[in-house]
Ligand binder design. Structure first.
Ligand SMILES: [Fe+2]
Length: 485
């Protein structure tokens, strides 16, 4: 027996623990879902819960008030009828007027449909008159039930518990000439109350359903009304974050939300203004920087009267080629500045070598070749110029790997360097030098074509030749970067 009890207790505990875990997991899941749910759902959910619980509480209170009211009315009526019979029955009892008593009972019973029975009993609870004639002469047992009320005149109201019907039994003493003669006993049926409860219950259910549906609809409407400006504000913050904000947000109301939207619009306008100023400062800075680069390039070219304007021409040709191969605008800007910088290292090349009219010795040529590394070194001093190092360092590399300074080959040569290489060579060949005259354009192009695949990248040469044959040089833009001033 004890073992059975232990087993039962163990099983019950295990079951309760499992149930608890299940509820904890369900609660956790609901909490997570609620946290990730939209604001609209949360507001609608809250309003529906509030309306439902309020309606439910109001329904309970209403039913309770109605019950008490109807119950009191039923009992009051029963008491009133009972007291009225008792007042008249005293004389009839003394005069043993059974017909008169029967008349009183009959009238009361027939005019009150919810009276189950009406009787007059003597002091020994023996039935003298009864609405059910077969009960006459019977001794009425003392009613078992809960005492509901007892008045000062001895009238008692009991709720019977030993009956299949719900009955209130009202007992009114019959007193005549200060002498107790018996009692009037009335059984009141609660069916009116139950019927009223049923009707009100179904009415409440309908009203409750309407309230819930209306609640859901109105809460959804309210949520939309409240959420709309919040959603627009959220989208506005997102646009501000990515710099795509254009128009100020619409202000829907003058409440806290409206104030927040107005402040956001002001803040957004301020940020846009600051951004505009910053952009202007950046543009001015860039203009100054480009001017500086052009001045440096011009200064390098100016050292040698034969190379005057060389960097600018290389830039012009390179841009033509860069555009033809579809480089984006930003790359074209970098390509142009890279062209202006490509020979910046010559600033360290001695005049005796740079301006020498005769052929360079091997040592002098080695020193001349150093200009690419000097250039890379100069550009490395400023982090913002480091992106021009590859084109500066490698514009004398050959496609077959026999160039300098690193002997890079093929596609290992940076694209800008490969472009500058062709433009540089073409401009050098078509410019007069101390030791030779300028070549004609056709001869220069012919030499470039011959060096395709050895010195120059073949794909670029092909495009370059096509462009030059169409004589596009004159149409080419002088610059893609803006000039200052
Ligand atoms: Fe060079």
């Amino acid at each position: 027996m004890i073992a059975d009890l232990r087993s039962f207790a163990f099983k019950t505990t295990s079951y309760l623990q499992a149930l608890l875990k299940f509820f904890q997991a369900a609660l956790q899941l609901m909490t997570q879902r609620y946290r990730s749910a939209s604001l609209r759902f949360k507001i609608a959910f809250f309003v529906v819960i509030l309306m439902t619980s309020t309606s439910f509480a109001l329904s309970i209170v209403t039913v309770q008030i109605m019950n008490n009211y109807i119950l009191n009315e039923i009992i009051k009526r029963g008491e009133s009828v009972g007291k009225s019979i008792a007042a008249s029955a005293g004389y009839n009892l003394l005069s043993k007027d059974l017909l008169g008593l029967d008349n009183l009972v009959f009238k009361a019973k027939s005019s009150n449909s919810d009276m189950l029975y009406v009787a007059i009993v003597d002091l020994n609870m023996k039935t003298i008159v009864h609405s059910a004639t077969e009960m006459i002469g019977e001794t009425k047992p003392v009613a078992q039930g809960q005492l509901f009320r007892k008045d000062a005149d001895g009238t008692t109201v009991k709720e019977l518990t030993n009956s299949s019907d719900s009955i209130f039994e009202i007992l009114c003493p019959i007193v005549f000439m200060k002498k107790s003669l018996g009692s009037v006993v009335i059984g009141m049926n609660k069916s009116i109350l139950l019927e009223a409860q049923r009707k009100v219950g179904s009415m409440i259910l309908i009203v409750f359903g309407i309230i819930v549906v209306l609640g859901m609809f109105s809460s959804s409407l309210l949520a939309s009304f409240l959420i709309k400006p919040i959603k627009e504000l959220s989208a506005g913050v997102e646009e501000l974050k990515y710099g795509t904000a254009k128009n100020p947000l619409r202000i829907y109301s003058q409440d806290e939300l409206g104030k927040l939207t107005r402040n956001f619009n002001e803040m957004s306008a301020l940020i846009a203004d600051q951004q505009g100023k910053l952009t202007k400062y950046a543009r001015d800075l860039e203009d100054a920087y480009v001017s500086m680069v052009k001045v440096v390039a011009a200064a390098i070219d100016a050292r040698d009267s034969y190379t005057h304007g060389h960097s600018a021409r290389v830039a012009q040709l390179s841009l033509l080629l860069g555009k033809q191969i579809g480089l984006p605008e930003a790359d074209l800007r970098d390509l142009e500045v890279g062209c202006l910088f490509h020979d910046v290292g010559k600033i360290k090349t001695p005049d005796s070598i740079l301006l020498k009219k005769g052929k360079l010795t091997e040592a002098e040529y080695s020193e001349m070749k150093q200009h690419v590394e000097y250039g890379a070194s100069i550009l490395s001093w400023a982090p913002s110029l480091s992106k021009y190092i590859p084109s500066t360092r490698h514009h004398h590399e050959w496609h077959n790997g026999k160039g300098y300074p690193d002997g890079l080959a093929g596609d290992n040569i940076p694209l800008f360097a490969a472009i500058i290489s062709i433009a540089d060579a073409f401009d050098a060949m078509t410019s007069s030098r101390p030791y030779r005259k300028a070549l004609f354009k056709e001869e220069a192009l012919s030499r470039i074509a011959r060096m395709s695949g050895t010195q120059f990248r073949p794909e670029l040469v092909e495009i370059f030749l096509e462009l030059m044959e169409k004589n596009h040089v004159q149409d080419a833009p002088l610059s893609v970067v803006r000039f200052a001033g």
